[in-house]
Design a protein around this ligand. Structure first.
Ligand SMILES: Nc1ncnc2c1ncn2[C@@H]1O[C@H](COP(=O)(O)OP(=O)(O)OP(=O)(O)O)[C@@H](O)[C@H]1O
Length: 834
């Protein structure tokens, strides 16, 4: 009894010891220090080994006593540079173990050390595996070729391991056998580890093909360099410096000398010199990528039959063969994109640049505005320390540092006066700018610039983004591409009075996603009560849309269908949670990772889960007509669906409180406001004023909880969206849109629960009956699997089959009894119930 207790205790302490050790490993400081120690140890060992080659001869006789005696006895000294311990280590590693191949230990210690410190190198498990193979091979080879060095105890090149292994092998398979084994194992290792090696070795045997290959090369290259639908390579983008604005455009002034406000301000020579070209425009750091997504056109190569194309054909065949033989080989990771493996992301040339950069802010305008601001403030006896301008695409931000003692609220109250003196609409005062200790005055530029969607999509920031669902909205006031990850958002409210850029904004959101995602990874549910705004996307139904079963239109316009779709999405959400639970995954990313790694069995209902983005335009219309019927499922999805990859974007013209209710608001943390009609609307959507002061045409404010960020929305015109849709729609898609689970709640009027109306049989009733009779098994999951339909619908069909007398009643865990023995009887039954 007490023994048992002890064991448990020990186990527990071992357990806690392990977790402590793990926690330590995760601790950065601990890792860093351990890493440094390992690197130091690797240097020490390297010196010990190196020195051993020179001093080992002199020290050789000293190792013959026990280790502690050797270390303790001060009278014994060694020549090795690293002292007795180093000498002993070198002797043990080199002579007793693996000979000179033991240097691999030094390399491994070094690699582990720098990895712990934070260096990005190859996986340690791979390094260890290679090192082990190389060490054994070198040790054996040296042991084989320098077998005589065993008599020279000072240096066994292959170590004791090499010597014994080679002696044993020679006795077993002879000298020749051992030699062959050494050569073959080398070739096997190189072929296994390096793909190029097989080609290198087999090249002499394929001289003829190799010549052909060289002949083909220039042609291939040409193909790569001038992809048909890529963007013009000659096109370049202005690269602008990353300097903070105050270095480039200096409107800063000393505290004293405010009296000479009209005097020319300090100018940066560069900015002034280029005034006519750039007009002291704020310089942004977005490098534009001219990139083409066109994957290699393998199909083309198949069309060529001539002899000269042999090499290309072989490549293609090898590829296809690999796929055909997939089942026989150990399966690699599951690739969800394989279903539509030839799918190409839209190319950049589908987007226009809308004369990007056309809007320019003259230096005169900047100075005049600055003077007016300073003058107005001065009129109200407000002293300022400095003023700085940041020129954005449509807005310039004048940042003021007030003199000590000036009350911020005093400046804030002057909003109207400043607007009056500048004779401009859309002036917004941010007092203070969070985290900067300055006051911002945003003034619209007289010639606003259009931010083209193209400049955003081609920006390096967007292209290199690692976001799961990247949405590139446009540019901030400092000309940076502004992006959010919808998975983090996770639901978004968009408001804006009519004509202020809401539809363009929704198109920008969808376009961003279409430029980054494969149809297998993302599905949209589009709700458009206006029937015209989102209809454009019906062309990509088979690629990117999801809809209810038996639904004809993929863009939902009818309120009743919206309600059914939202309910269906809640069912999909619940099903996804069930799958996550079964897979012991906390969220969809983890689940998909497991699925891709083939840890989840599709036979058990597991499937790769695409993100679902639900976009609802004109939400006001919807809530007015359907009220709680839409509000409740939306609230449910918004509260729960984040972890299962369902995200919602709701847009409305009228952001009043009866439309954006508390429940909805609480669950939509990301808010986007285009210009709205009143301050009350602005407060409803953003919880603060500001959206009423915007200038329209894509000028917007975004908040993700705390700060408000002013962004100029990227402009994407309807013809561009059409081109993108044509491009995607023309490619091979899935047989249909993604089918959402069947929702039957709305249809069951009249029928009591449990009562089945056979006159309203499911369209799959007969097919399902045949399958059940043929298999003599009446299970819902069989029908679900065979017809790829949801559980609800399959269950309903089974109920109908029971009512028709095809299957018996529900019997708990057992499958239902099938009452019809064969197809002949079944046909008779069909005739009876017609
Ligand atoms: N980001 C933008 N950059 C430049 N101009 C824009 C931008 N967004 C919108 N506009 C201009 O504003 C016009 C109206 O935009 P949009 O159709 O998106 O408005 P809306 O808010 O959706 O209106 P409604 O609610 O009536 O559909 C566009 O035709 C375009 O000329």
């Amino acid at each position: 009894m007490s023994n048992g207790k002890k064991t448990t205790k020990r186990k527990r302490s071992q357990k806690s010891g392990l977790s402590k050790w793990e926690t330590n490993l995760k601790n950065f400081k601990f890792r860093f220090i351990s890493g440094l120690l390992l690197v130091a140890l690797s240097f020490y060992l390297a010196l010990a080994f190196m020195s051993f080659f020179f001093t080992g001869f002199a020290d050789r006789s000293k190792f013959d006593i026990a280790f502690w005696d050797f270390i303790k006895n001060a009278e014994i000294t060694v020549e090795n540079w690293t002292g007795k311990f180093g000498a002993w280590l070198a002797d043990t590693f080199i002579n007793d173990w693996f000979g000179v191949a033991s240097t691999s230990v030094v390399v491994l210690l070094f690699m582990t050390g720098i990895k712990l410190v934070g260096a990005k190198i190859m996986k340690l498990s791979t390094a260890f595996a290679h090192a082990a193979l190389i060490t054994i091979w070198i040790s054996l080879t040296l042991g084989f070729f320098f077998i005589d060095s065993v008599n020279d105890r000072y240096l066994l090149l292959g170590g004791a391991h090499g010597y014994f292994l080679s002696t044993w092998l020679q006795a077993a398979i002879g000298w020749a056998g051992t030699f062959i084994l050494i050569v073959v194992s080398l070739f096997a290792y190189l072929s296994f580890s390096f793909d190029w090696f097989i080609g290198f070795v087999s090249r002499p045997f394929h001289k003829k093909e190799a010549t052909r290959e060289t002949q083909m090369e220039p042609e291939n290259q040409k193909d790569e360099e001038i992809p048909k639908d890529s963007v013009s390579a000659a096109e370049t983008e202005k690269h602008q410096s990353d300097k903070p604005l105050d270095e480039d455009l200096s409107l800063e002034r000393a505290v004293s000398g405010l009296s000479d406000v009209s005097s020319p301000v300090k100018q940066n020579p560069e900015a002034t010199g280029n005034a006519s070209d750039h007009q002291a425009k704020e310089i942004h750091d977005e490098e534009i990528l001219e990139m083409d997504f066109k994957p290699e056109n393998t199909d083309k190569s198949l069309e060529h039959d001539g002899d000269e194309d042999l090499e290309l054909k072989i490549e293609k065949a090898a590829r296809e063969e690999m796929m055909e033989h997939n089942e026989d080989q150990p399966l690699g990771d599951y690739d969800p994109t394989l279903d539509l493996s030839s799918y190409k992301l839209p190319t950049f040339d589908l987007l226009d640049d809308h004369e990007a950069g056309s809007g320019q802010v003259g230096e005169e305008e900047l100075i005049s505005n600055k003077n007016k601001i300073v003058k107005t403030l001065e009129d109200y006896k407000i002293q300022i320390k400095s003023i700085k301008a940041t020129v954005g695409p449509t807005i310039t931000l004048y940042e003021i540092v007030p003199a000590p003692g000036v009350r911020i609220s005093k400046i804030k109250n002057l909003e109207d006066d400043i607007a009056l003196s500048l004779a401009a609409l859309g002036i917004r005062i941010i007092a203070p700018i969070p985290g900067r200790g300055t006051i911002g005055i945003e003034v619209p530029n007289s010639e606003p610039e259009i931010v083209s969607m193209r400049s955003i999509i081609t920006s390096r920031k967007f292209q290199n983004s690692k976001f799961e669902l990247p949405i590139a909205f446009g540019k901030t006031i400092s000309n940076e591409t502004y992006m959010i990850d919808l998975t983090k958002a996770p639901h978004m409210l968009v408001a804006g009075a009519t004509g202020q850029g809401k539809s363009v904004g929704l198109n920008a959101i969808i376009t961003s996603l279409l430029y980054k995602k494969h149809p297998s990874q993302l599905k949209f549910v589009l709700v458009d009560p206006k029937k015209v705004e989102l209809n454009i996307y019906s062309k990509i139904e088979k690629h990117f849309l999801a809809k209810l079963p038996d639904e004809e239109e993929s863009i939902i316009t009818d309120v009743q269908r919206v309600v059914a779709t939202l309910h269906s999405l809640t069912i999909e959400m619940d099903q996804r949670y069930d799958l996550l639970k079964k897979a012991h995954a906390r969220n969809m990313k983890e689940y998909n990772h497991k699925f891709v790694k083939r840890q989840l069995n599709p036979e058990k209902g597991h499937r790769f889960l695409p993100y679902i983005v639900v976009i609802i335009d004109e939400f006001a219309d919807l809530i007015m007509t359907a009220g709680k019927d839409v509000e409740m499922p939306i609230a449910r999805i918004a509260q729960l669906a984040r972890a299962v990859g369902i995200h919602m974007i709701i847009a409305t013209q009228r952001p009043s409180t009866n439309i954006i209710t508390g429940v909805i608001k609480a669950n939509f943390p990301t808010r986007v406001a285009f210009k709205v009609a009143s301050m009350i609307d602005s407060r409803t959507i953003l919880d603060s004023p500001g959206a009423n002061q915007l200038i329209g045409r894509g000028d917007m404010l975004i908040t993700q909880g705390s700060d408000l960020i002013r962004v100029q929305c990227a402009f994407v015109d309807t013809p561009e969206v059409e081109k993108i849709n044509d491009y995607v729609g023309a490619q091979q898609g899935y047989p249909s849109a993604m089918i959402l689970p069947e929702y039957t709640g709305g249809d069951s009027e009249g029928a009591e629960p449990g009562e089945v109306d056979l006159s309203k049989r499911d369209s799959m009733f007969e097919e399902a009956a045949k399958v059940v009779v043929a298999n003599q098994s009446g299970s819902t999951s069989l029908i679900q699997r065979r017809f790829s339909i949801g559980y609800n619908r399959a269950g309903r069909i089974i109920d109908q089959l029971e009512a028709a007398g095809v299957v018996g009643p529900f019997e708990g865990s057992k499958a239902r009894q099938v009452l019809i023995p064969d197809e002949y009887q079944l046909e008779k039954l069909f005739d009876n119930i017609k």
